[in-house]
Design a protein around this ligand. Structure first.
Ligand code: HAM
Length: 421
């Protein structure tokens, strides 16, 4: 039987890895400009991290998590996202006693057992950031401006930003009652999962992906219409801070986000090019999460963007990552006497940062030339007896066929200077 990658996963092949490196590098550079340091967390955590952090009633925990008992009988889950694991790490590593704000960024794989479709995978990649220790709306705007600058670096200048506020637990108590009343009247129209959960967590019905629930909730009351004064002020503060930074946005009162930890600010970057859901990036404030994990009252805000969806967006806009072409050199030796010299030269070039290859498969000289032409090298160098006798080698550009002579004695130094200044 033919072996294939599991449904919802995909190989990222050498032919596309350049785009990934480009996007990842730009992201990390922008994060560093804003003072975010990279954190790496485990791929799996105790299931409790997600059931308590993301929330037992969410689709992510109820339907989509890869959960299993390990050989020691512990319940383990592959991370469906990064925030809960980072909150766990924040507390475990005593970050609460370090000077605030703590700003962390990450590049992770995440796993969700979802219905696979365009832009929706079971293993996917997220670039994200979290800022702990600052409750005011300025940090929210700063975080959003970081995403905006990152998009600009990729060539995306128009705003896809939608913002909303879903208030604090106090505003939500009041709202939940009116939403429950609304849902009870339409109980028969809900999917099975939402019938079970609407009483304990009615907000989750609003982000259910089931078409029946989407229809039922189209006219539901809006949380942002029941904000308390403090939350309403915070939301106004966010809008002012975004305007101060010239960040365009739209208010979308229907955004509630699918994870339980959110409070106040929520936001998404939306595009119609990335599949039915359209969200390239999502995030928000989670002022109660660290406390819920036993780490005290530390406010937090963050976001994650889906790299697969971002690359789809770039593709559909015709944005080809403009990485400089790397110089790569192929050395073909004529006869056995120069094989060792070719290998030594390759090593010298590599030590000096120049990618170089020579034959490792016993190809004839002619076959080696053919291979160099096909394999995408930028330059070809031929070494035989004539070259070792004269001490001069020719370097041929495989792009435009131009040729140039080099002395073997200072070849590496000169190439380094010419290629990399
Ligand atoms: P999320 O909205 O669940 O938020 O996911 C963030 C992004 O990950 C989405 O906007 C989407 O681009 C991508 N994504 C999610 N699921 C899939 C999938 N099945 N296939 C492909 N891409 C996907 C979070 O994960 C939060 N942790 C974000 C956050 C950080 N909030 C605060 N801090």
């Amino acid at each position: 039987m033919k072996l294939t990658a599991p449904k919802g996963t995909r190989d990222i092949l050498p032919s596309e890895i350049g785009k990934w490196h480009f996007v990842e590098k730009q992201f990390m550079e922008v994060c560093s400009l804003f003072g975010y340091d990279e954190i790496r967390i485990p791929t799996f955590e105790s299931t409790e991290v997600f059931s308590r952090g993301v929330g037992d009633d969410t689709d992510v925990v109820q339907k989509e998590m890869y959960t299993f008992d390990d050989k020691g009988g512990r319940s383990i889950s592959l991370r469906p996202e990064g925030t809960a694991g980072i909150a766990r790490s924040f507390i475990e590593n005593g970050m609460g006693s370090m000077p605030f704000p703590i700003k962390l960024c990450y590049n992770i794989t995440a796993f969700r057992y979802e219905n696979v479709q365009k832009g929706r995978y079971r293993e996917f990649h997220q670039l994200g950031a979290e800022a702990f220790g600052s409750a005011g709306p300025r940090v929210d705007a700063e975080l959003i401006s970081m995403i905006s600058l990152f998009f600009r670096r990729l060539g995306i200048y128009d705003s896809m930003l939608r913002i909303n506020s879903i208030g604090c637990p106090e505003c939500r108590k009041k709202y939940n009652d009116s939403l429950k009343g609304f849902l009870l009247e339409r109980y028969e129209g809900l999917c099975k999962v939402c019938r079970d959960r609407y009483e304990a967590n009615p907000l989750r019905v609003l982000d259910c992906k089931d078409e029946r629930c989407k229809t039922v909730t189209a006219e539901a009351p809006l949380l942002s219409d029941s904000l308390c004064n403090d939350c309403a002020d915070h939301f106004v503060g966010l809008q002012e801070a975004l305007s101060d930074l010239d960040i365009d946005y739209e208010i979308d009162k229907r955004i509630v986000r699918g994870l339980d930890y959110y409070t106040r600010t929520v936001f998404e970057f939306i595009s119609e090019n990335v599949g039915t859901q359209g969200t390239i990036c999502g995030g928000g404030r989670y002022d109660g999460l660290i406390d819920q994990f036993g780490g005290g009252c530390v406010p937090g805000i963050g976001f994650a963007l889906g790299v697969e969806r971002l690359l789809m967006e770039m593709d559909s806009r015709g944005l080809v990552p403009g990485e400089n072409e790397k110089v790569s050199l192929y050395i073909a030796s004529i006869g056995d006497e120069t094989v060792a010299l070719a290998h030594r030269l390759c090593f010298d070039l590599r030590k000096n940062g120049i990618a170089a290859e020579t034959d490792l498969t016993g190809r004839s000289f002619r076959a080696a030339l053919k291979y160099a032409g096909k394999a995408g090298f930028t330059h070809l160098m031929i070494i035989g007896k004539d070259e070792t006798d004269s001490g001069v080698v020719k370097l041929k550009s495989l792009k435009d066929a131009s040729e140039k002579d080099y002395d073997l004695t200072d070849l590496v130094e000169r190439l380094k200077e010419e290629f990399y200044g």
